[in-house]
Design a protein around this ligand. Structure first.
Ligand SMILES: C[S@@+](CC[C@H](N)C(=O)[O-])C[C@H]1O[C@@H](n2cnc3c(N)ncnc32)[C@H](O)[C@@H]1O
Length: 359
């Protein structure tokens, strides 16, 4: 794995137990109830190679097993990218490596994929998984880098332009479901939300520093929050150490709204904070600007987005690129997951796919 220019220390999380020696017998942990409910205790889901039946059952129920990510709209992404043997590819958001695995299968023999991800915790695990799946360093390399630096990563590898670029925006299920990362309102954890916990400031520090007017703008711009003014008054400048403390405060500020409305606001506040903490829109805009330079002539880019702030930016950049002659073709109609996929994996529901071809 290569690192981006200014590496940061790897954090350690209390939930990661140190591995026991192979020979030592380990008792099954005790749970309250029949099945483990906490992320860290789902030992079968964390070991998909040994417990394939459990993984299949969890997925059949429409859920994502703990510690895994189910790739979204794989067939549609592959159709848009049209990978072929010998192609050079960049996956800007490697995640669990689901899309990369499918692309690698199609660009080999002779092809090569560079997988970028900002997350120093999941990236080495994914690199090891892809190596174990048989993809050697001549076919696949992992790069811990923000995708805003794609051009630099390619330059450092002596690559002028690639045939395909893919990005699947937002956070992975591994990040979202791990309470210690602080992305989810569904479980108690530190209010952190950093994709790279060694960089920048956690969401708790950001909220503490913001004035109500700044937070109101952020909630409107990042997640179209209709109760931005009320929430900004209640939350800005406050000290929320945990995800659950913030969730309680959001619900408490919206007592006149219906329960459904309150829950939607909880989701939107978490989304808006995550976008701000990780500077997601500016990273996306930088990537979109750099795409024409990073693609070889005839090269293809496909981007999966999950909310309007992302989709608007991708749509505008592709349309401008077509007008300016940088792209020869873009998709006119946005592509959505099939009803079957939405049913099988509800996390796919908000996804939108757009593609462009370099002129
Ligand atoms: C939705 S997941 C990708 C899942 C992947 N397609 C798969 O099949 O497993 C998004 C990933 O992108 C990473 N990510 C998000 N924004 C990033 C950025 N600006 N630069 C680099 N990685 C980023 C996250 O850390 C996360 O691992």
């Amino acid at each position: 794995m290569t690192e981006d220019p200014s590496p940061s220390p790897e954090p350690s999380y209390g939930s990661e137990a140190s591995p026991a020696p192979e020979t030592q017998h380990r008792r099954r942990p005790r749970y309250s109830g029949k099945y483990p409910r906490k992320f860290a205790e789902k030992y079968k889901e964390h070991d998909p190679a040994r417990f394939q039946d459990t993984i299949a059952k969890v997925m059949a129920s429409g859920k994502t097993p703990a510690g895994m990510h189910r790739p979204i709209m794989v067939a549609e992404v592959l159709e848009a990218l049209a990978p072929a043997p010998g192609n050079l590819a960049a996956d800007c958001t490697l995640g669990y490596g689901g899309h990369s695995t499918e692309i690698l299968r199609r660009i080999l023999p002779g092809g090569r994929l560079l997988g970028l991800d900002a997350d120093p915790i999941e990236l080495p695990k994914t690199e090891a998984r892809l190596r174990a799946a048989g993809f050697g360093p001549e076919a696949f390399t992992a790069h811990r880098s923000n995708f805003a630096g794609l051009r630099n990563v390619l330059a450092a590898e002596g690559i002028d332009g690639v045939n395909l670029i893919f990005a699947d925006l937002g956070v992975s299920s591994m990040q979202f479901d791990e309470p210690a990362r602080g992305f989810s309102f569904k479980a108690e954890g530190p209010l952190d939300m950093r994709m790279n916990p060694g960089r920048g400031q956690p969401a708790s520090a950001l909220l503490r520093k913001l004035a109500p007017a700044q937070l109101a703008v952020m909630l409107e711009e990042n997640s179209d929050e209709p109760h931005a003014a009320i929430l900004a008054q209640a939350l800005a400048g406050q000290d929320f150490a945990t995800t659950t403390a913030l969730t309680r405060a959001i619900r408490g500020a919206l007592t006149r709204q219906s329960e459904d409305d309150r829950e939607m606001s909880v989701r939107r506040v978490f989304q808006a904070l995550r976008i701000a903490v990780n500077d997601e829109f500016s990273a996306l805009e930088t990537l979109l600007r750099s795409l024409p330079e990073c693609l070889a002539t005839g090269g293809r880019v496909a981007i999966l987005t999950f909310h309007s702030g992302e989709d608007r930016r991708v749509k505008k950049a592709f349309e401008a690129g077509l007008r300016d002659g940088l792209y020869s073709e873009i998709n006119r109609e946005v592509i959505r997951p099939s009803p079957d996929e939405r049913h099988a994996n509800p996390r796919s529901s908000p996804a939108k796919l757009r593609w462009a071809i370099r002129a």
